[in-house]
Ligand binder design. Structure first.
Ligand code: ADP
Length: 662
């Protein structure tokens, strides 16, 4: 076996690969950029080599630096992870030339599958069902319209070199086909340096279901079941699961057989994924093949009991696959949620900063793959993924329940994150009943995410918990003042809920033995059992015998409780204070409508207006770059620019004033 391998990647996937390498007794080499000098993957490796500047183009994408790092450390093989150079034919070829093994497929397979038009043709020739459409390159907008009409609307216009959801446009009529052709071509040119686009039928309400394949250098190829990845935002996966709640055994076997046929056609000898879209009638169509380890591979590992990274390393070394198709058994159900540093309440803008708290959930059936630690920094240079949270259960219901609980227990502070949004998805009836499609998020959250709403009972439970928490805080404070063993006494509390004008709730708390409380709210009494101690972020309790975990943040007199994607602010005070609070004047927040604020931390690229200029609603005001994306900020209504408060190339904090209006 290899004695030492280099991981040409960063973040969670680099850590994931190292975990298996270590278990196999293989030494690991990390490579890192300047920004990642302190990153987890560097700490966990046996050796680390600095390969350049923080921007990926100056480090993780530099082929010669990585080959050099292999020579310098004596690494015999390279695992590329996903993204970066993982599907780069020139990289695989450079390693081959240097006599270093590439833990991935051959250069021929990478090249054949790297282009959507070519791979679709190849798939068709291998007997794989493809989306009806035109497989040639399209010359101009008029030709696009002609072909779209022949296929029949709606159609999907796609960049042949596309990836990551870029260069893809849906068109429902001639005008959209013309415009879609233009914008897809432009996006493809600027993102991939290749402006070829093609057109295929748009499959309505499709599911995204993909088959994991695994091949070796001896001509053996097997498939390891499917993953359903229909929960997407802007064509990017958010939640994945295995098995799909939609497939029957016959469809699974048919898709598996086609995926294996395609893999064999390109002499595939590693882990790879054949992606399909599946329509309402379980017709399935080939989308593309990813010639690498997939982000969502853990759900397959959980239901098959196999370690995909180990198998990749073994076949790259030349070993035969240790299992046959008959050995592959699917057991239980696994779900993965991608935890991102982004703000779902503000249109999912990326968030950067230091993780002042990072406490992943633990327990049976819970797996967290991450590349961060408490105190680490999320920078603007890379993908803003914080962790992948994977839960496993006997069935889908079990795995979903564990996911909801694990999300409630996942504590992240310092950056904005999407845990509340993920929890809200778990709570949707359409999710629990398994009625998924790629438009799930767009239709379930048509106006974006405004925070989850709690049921009346959930909200009342939170009020009761806040009263118990305050009761324990007060009991401890009194104990500290007058010596231990101060008997806990019944008390009346007023819980002020939310921002002003706060709802006032009267709660009566009667403490019993060993952390039990009888809590009465609106004439209804709940039995709460908890050992929670002030200062602990996780509040674990039983309410009338049912377990519950939530998070409590305490800032002065304000308790913030996080549960099922909702954050609720509460102040627990005595009845007397509660009554007086009702008499306090309500402070009105300052009027910020006269300012253009930066919606995210980033770099001010340009300001499109000048002082004294009149602007119309919708007009471009400024461009802010964050996480490699340019965001155009537009005027919300007509007005006149009074002052430009920031200058181009200045780095902006969130809510920093860019422009002031008259
Ligand atoms: P990328 O390589 O950019 O990720 P894919 O071809 O894999 O692009 O497509 C990504 C997603 O776009 C799919 O999961 C699906 O949701 C949607 N999609 C792609 N092609 C079609 C189509 N013909 N009809 C409907 N949806 C499609």
């Amino acid at each position: 076996m290899f004695k030492k391998i280099l991981i040409a990647n960063r973040g969670e996937i680099a850590c994931r690969v190292m975990r298996t390498a270590k278990r196999m007794g293989i030494k690991t080499v990390a490579v890192h950029s300047d920004a990642d000098a302190m990153a987890l993957h560097v700490r966990e490796a046996d050796e680390a080599v600095a390969i350049g500047g923080s921007a990926a183009a100056e480090s993780y994408l530099k082929i010669e630096r990585i080959v050099e790092a292999c020579k310098q450390t004596g690494a015999e093989a390279v695992h590329p992870g996903y993204g970066f150079l993982s599907e780069n034919r020139a990289f695989a070829a450079a390693l081959e030339e240097a006599g270093i093994a590439f833990i991935g497929p051959g250069t021929h397979a990478i090249a054949a599958m790297g282009d959507k038009i070519e791979s679709k043709k190849l798939a068709k020739a291998a007997g794989v069902s493809t989306v009806p459409g035109y497989m040639g390159v399209i010359a101009d907008g008029d030709e696009a319209v002609k072909i779209a009409r022949e296929i029949g609307y709606p159609v999907m216009i796609k960049a042949s070199a596309g990836g990551g959801g870029k260069g893809m446009r849906l068109a429902k009529n001639d005008a959209e086909a013309k415009e879609g052709f233009r914008s897809a071509t432009n996006e493809a040119r600027s993102s991939f340096g290749d402006d070829r686009v093609f057109i295929e039928k748009y499959i309505e309400e499709p599911r995204h279901i993909e088959i994991q394949v695994l091949g070796d250098a001896h001509g053996n190829v097997i498939y390891l079941g499917e993953r359903e990845c229909s929960i997407q935002r802007r064509h990017q996966k958010v939640i994945e699961e295995a098995p799909s709640p939609f497939l029957d055994a016959a469809t699974r076997a048919a898709m598996g057989a086609q995926a294996v046929a395609l893999a064999k056609a390109v002499e595939y000898k590693s882990a790879g994924t054949v992606e399909f879209i599946v329509d309402r009638d379980r017709n399935f169509y080939f989308l593309e093949m990813n010639t690498r380890l997939q982000v969502e591979h853990p759900v397959t590992e959980e239901v098959t009991g196999l370690d995909l990274v180990e198998l990749m390393i073994r076949v790259a070394y030349g070993e035969k696959l240790p299992i046959t198709q008959a050995d592959v058994k699917l057991k239980g159900h696994a779900i993965e949620a991608r935890v991102y540093a982004e703000d779902p309440l503000r249109g999912f803008v990326p968030s950067i900063g230091r993780l002042t708290r990072y406490r992943p959930p633990e327990g049976q059936g819970v797996r967290v793959d991450t590349g961060v630690y408490e105190g680490a920094e999320i920078t603007m240079f890379y993908d803003p993924m914080i962790a992948k949270l994977v839960t496993y259960g006997a069935d889908r219901k079990d795995a979903t329940h564990r996911m909801a609980q694990a999300l409630d227990a996942f504590a992240i502070r310092g950056v904005n994150h999407n845990i509340g949004f993920l929890a809200a998805i778990m709570g949707r009836e359409r999710f629990t009943s398994g009625r998924l499609s790629t438009d799930f998020i767009a239709t379930e959250f048509p106006d974006g995410f405004q925070g989850a709403a709690l049921s009346r009972d959930e909200a009342d439970q939170l009020v009761s918990i806040a009263a118990v928490a305050q009761h324990r805080i007060t009991t401890r404070d009194l104990g500290a003042a007058s010596g231990p063993h101060k008997p806990a006494v019944p008390a009346d509390w007023t819980v002020l809920v939310g921002p002003p004008p706060r709802a006032r709730r009267e709660v009566h708390v009667v403490p019993g033995a060993d952390g039990t409380y009888a809590v009465t709210l609106d004439g209804h009494t709940r039995q709460i059992l908890t050992q929670w101690a002030p200062g602990v972020g996780l509040f674990e309790a039983k309410i009338d015998g049912v377990g519950i975990t939530l998070q409590i943040d305490r800032a002065g007199a304000v308790l913030t409780l996080f549960r099922s994607g909702a954050a609720t602010e509460m102040r627990v005070v005595s009845h007397a204070v509660g009554a007086l609070t009702g008499l306090m004047p309500v402070k009105t927040p300052p009027d910020l409508s006269k300012f253009l604020l930066s919606p995210m931390p980033g770099l001010l690229v340009s300001v499109a207006v000048a002082e004294g200029q009149d602007v119309k609603a919708g007009e471009e005001l400024a461009v802010v770059e964050a996480m490699k994306m340019e965001n155009v900020l537009r005027a919300e209504r007509d007005g006149k620019v009074k002052k430009i408060a920031a200058s181009p190339r200045e780095s902006l904090a969130v809510d920093q004033v860019i422009i002031e209006f008259e």
